[in-house]
Design a protein around this ligand. Structure first.
Ligand code: ZN
Length: 247
């Protein structure tokens, strides 16, 4: 049994609420699928919490944005990444260097007991979006992705909780404690987003995997506090406002 979190996006109020719930459920093994930083106001604390609590974290596109060119990000994401870089740049401080090195050395793929873990997709672990609509609009893409792993691939990146099976359909996780039983064949399972949900439910999202069942938990948190921190930091008001819409 293990818990999966992804797309935290520097949202500490959401992450605290999620860790509290994970502890209440008695789950020890927590794994993070990336995008620890970007968009939100508390990248340092978010990184420290992940480092101390998670078995591993993967590299998300926003994490890699600390070290890469930013031209493939939209202007909103880019602006937040520039702000985050300024905050995290280590200077001469050893504590800050520890964080910076951790972020830089995050792995792109982890294999564990036959499962593959990536941030984005099995063929492009950092950038490619596996979309809900791919089954209708781009079935060849999904077939190619399924050919690249055995069994199960856990991922994040789209902030849309649910899984895509070999039927090429997306099975969404909706509402409280949604339990999805995975099919016998292969599946790509999206764990949703802790810090910036975009499926219309503003509560933080994470999941627990037990055998072939994935249970999605939605956790209310202090959204106003996260919004206040974003505005106070001088980040775009849109980033604050979207948190309460979950879009
Ligand atoms: Zn993300």
């Amino acid at each position: 049994m293990f818990a999966l979190i992804s797309d935290l996006h520097s949202n500490v109020p959401a992450l605290e609420a999620v860790f509290e719930k994970i502890d209440a459920l008695g789950v020890e093994d927590v794994r993070c699928l990336g995008d620890i930083v970007g968009y939100g106001a508390e990248p340092e604390r978010c990184l420290d919490m992940v480092r101390s609590r998670c078995k591993f974290s993967l590299r998300g596109n926003h994490d890699w944005g600390m070290f890469s060119a930013l031209d493939e990000f939209n202007s909103l994401a880019r602006e937040a990444l520039v702000w985050t870089r300024k905050r995290l740049k280590p200077g001469l401080n050893p504590l800050r260097w520890g964080r910076w090195r951790y972020l830089k050395n995050l792995p792109e793929r982890v294999y564990d007991e036959g499962d593959l873990f990536v941030h984005a997709s099995p063929r492009d672990p950092i950038r490619e979006y596996v979309l809900k609509s791919d089954g209708f609009l781009n079935p060849e893409k999904l077939e190619d992705l399924f050919a690249r792993f055995e069994g199960r691939c856990f991922l994040g990146h789209t902030h849309q909780p649910g899984f895509t099976g070999e039927d090429l359909r997306f099975h969404p996780a909706v509402g409280d404690e949604a339990q999805l039983k995975l099919p016998d064949g292969k599946a790509m399972i999206n764990v949703g987003s802790v810090g910036q949900p975009r499926d219309g439910d503003p509560r933080a999202c994470f999941c627990v995997v037990r055998g072939d069942t994935v249970t999605y938990h939605r956790v209310p948190y202090d959204i106003e506090k996260a919004q206040h921190l974003i505005l106070q930091a001088g980040l775009s008001p849109f980033l604050a406002e979207r948190l309460e819409r979950g879009r």
